[in-house]
Design a protein around this ligand. Sequence first.
Ligand code: ADP
Ligand code: ZN
Ligand code: MG
Length: 485
Amino acid sequence: MAEYEAVIGLETHIQLNTLAKIFCTCKADSWNDLPNTNICPVCTGLPGVLPVLNEKVVEKAVLLAAAIHAEIQPISYFDRKNYFYPDLPKGYQISQYDMPLAKGGYLDLPIPSNNDPQGKGYIRHVNIHKLHIEEDAGKTKKEGGRRFVDFNRCGVPLVEMVTEPDLRTADEASQYLIRLRQLLRWLGISESDMEKGNLRCDANVSIRPKGSQELNVKTEIKNVNSIDAVRDAIKKEIARQIREVEKGNRIKAWTLNWDDNAGVLRKMRSKETEADYRYFREPDLLPLEISNDWREEILKDLPELPLERRQRFIRQYDLPQYDADILTGDRALSEYFEDAARDYQGATKSISNWLINDVMRILKELEISANELKLTPKYLVQLLTLVDEGKINISTGKNLLQKVQESGKSPLELVQEQGLSAVTDDAAIRKVCEQVLAQSPDEVASYKDGKVTLIGWFVGQVMKRMRGKADPKLTKDILEELLIK
Ligand code: ADP
Ligand code: ZN
Ligand code: MG
């Protein structure tokens, strides 16, 4: 059997998180609202109305374009894409066609070793073909044999971003979506929740013999609404195409619909061609001009990007790739880490450990972001310093995280208030050690016979009597000293 490789290109629709829609002042986010409550004559296409472009939409799209290193066009145009569907009351969608807001650019995807057949991990460089802004259409839904329309989504701002056919596996496609979602949230321009439909993806798939450069007939998979579903759907489609080709059949340019419940692809229609849309310039809107000044003003807010920060964390803080990946998975978390690292005298790896093992659990439980923690970077540093100096032991420290978060009080304050500090008084600990040894003659005998691992058990007994407050290192030293006698 010949060896095949897949060729995949993704078209994504990204709902921007502006307050207002793209051409009117209706509220854009209707997730919690009743159908047809955020609509007006403009977004429902009544005769005689005129669209007015929302600047915020342009600003967010320009941020994204810059973040993917695209060429932002000084002039771009709006066009009408004509088609008839019940959720499109105007009979056309205002989009951009031949002169989009941005062209080119790329996203680099670090593919983790577990998704690499070679087991090493690699970077997939994905070129972006174009990026444009457009309005969304409404929604229809069937219920009890009737069909309803909801126009709330009409005129909600979207960015459409189209890749070149540079992806080669279903896992790479899902990594693309994971990294794109990370970037969108990082820039703060979209909620990017696929389940809510504010990040949508159509996947174009073809196959070819490995090593060949040709682009064969592709199919297009629509309506996939989670990253896992995108991966599953592409895997199934690649397998189907290979079966067809092996049987001597040709691949037809179908549009396929992913049925998430059944986990199968169904043929939806043969593909429309561009000519079917009768594109022409939108006569009601001016060309979109982005002056140098405006672009610079917008790009003042462009932060360091996730991948750059990940590489910098590895270099600057000597962190393993794994840690850097997790800490830069979220912008607020990465900033939290750096704030703490700046103040902390000890090893930065230690901050990373506490964040990944303990603080992230608190974030998950409370469903909050790192910048909302009452356990601020300053407090975390204070707590770690108390541990490092032996003023409290590790388990007290771990409990203290939760207490700081609950009370908003500083670790120092809580330690004093609740008498948590480790007893470092030699005499106090020595007294308890002597008691424990006197009351455990069998264990003492075993220890002296060579079972030195019992030291841990002795330390545990002392800790128990002192309710965890004894300094563990000092306790161990004293016990060893007493046991030699
Ligand atoms: P269409 O004519 O179907 O609109 P485009 O050339 O506009 O096709 O590309 C749409 C998407 O399909 C892009 O993401 C592109 O990378 C991808 N694509 C184009 N050709 C192929 C192919 N042969 N196999 C897989 N994906 C492809
Ligand atoms: Zn409106
Ligand atoms: Mg196209």
